[in-house]
Design a protein. Structure first.
Length: 256
């Protein structure tokens, strides 16, 4: 770890400690910016330090990759508070003339507006429409100023309810694997060579329940949510049965 990385990790931990202590002392809810997976991994390393105030994580919908941390315990505070997260629908003004926009295009347009990445969460795209999760404070600015992505004119509106794309259940698949090792399941699900799968671990592209995994021998448990950067995400539902040849039939829910 470089000196810059050490300083950034120390800064994050100090900031979280300040929010946790203030939440507990003043009996209020406090929220962080959106954290990426690497920052979430740092948080989990010291999460036990914040048990006094209590905490929750949310990205605005189930299985979100980028999340906020909310400090405060409903049982202690006597009330609940929703995360300050809003979903914005971003759609082309004239769909038949719109370009096929990518995640990078949406993110680039936001950065061009001077918006800090830490104020925005996941960006999902479905049928030419983008769905952006962001801090509610920055939402009005985005809705007013995000009018074009590349050469496509767009309109933005707040979503009162989650879009249907986020309510879809993962697609159930059954796989036959040699073991419950994470590398075996990933190789079978995404049809990649075991050696290529090892490279994914070494390059830090495998995450389980929001925490980076480097051990290829990790045994998956029922309910584990696995993210494979560049390939997708799935929920592991566990072993279903064993074949006559001793191989295992497991079920996963793949997000497509």
């Amino acid at each position: 770890m470089s000196e810059d990385e050490k300083r950034e990790e120390a800064r994050l931990k100090k900031r979280w400690a300040e929010l946790s202590n203030k939440s507990y002392a003043q009996n209020i809810y406090l929220f962080t910016d959106f954290l990426n997976l690497a920052e979430q991994e740092i948080f989990w390393q010291c999460a036990s330090d914040f048990s006094q105030s209590g905490f929750r994580l949310s990205g605005g919908y189930d299985q979100a990759e980028r999340v906020m941390i909310g400090f405060g315990n409903p049982q202690e505070l006597g009330y609940e508070m929703e995360f300050p997260i809003q979903c914005i629908e971003i759609s082309p003004l004239q769909r038949k003339f719109s370009e096929e926009l990518t995640h990078r295009d949406y993110l680039g347009a936001l950065m061009n507006l001077g918006i800090d990445r830490c104020t925005t969460g996941d960006i999902l795209i479905e049928d030419g429409t983008g769905y952006l999760f962001c801090n509610a404070v920055i939402s009005p600015f985005i809705r007013e100023n995000l009018t074009k992505i590349r050469h496509t004119s767009v309109k933005c509106k707040s979503m009162e309810q989650l879009p249907a794309v986020l309510k879809r259940e993962p697609v159930l698949q059954e796989l036959t694997v040699a073991s419950l090792r994470i590398d075996a399941v990933i190789a079978r699900l995404y049809n990649i060579a075991r050696s290529s799968g090892t490279e994914l671990f070494l390059s830090g592209r495998i995450w389980v329940n929001g925490r980076r995994v480097e051990k290829t021998s990790l045994l998956l448990k029922d309910g584990d949510v696995v993210s494979v950067r560049g390939y997708g995400k799935f929920v592991f539902y566990g072993q279903q049965r064993q074949t006559k040849k001793g191989r295992l039939c497991v079920a996963v829910g793949r997000y497509v």
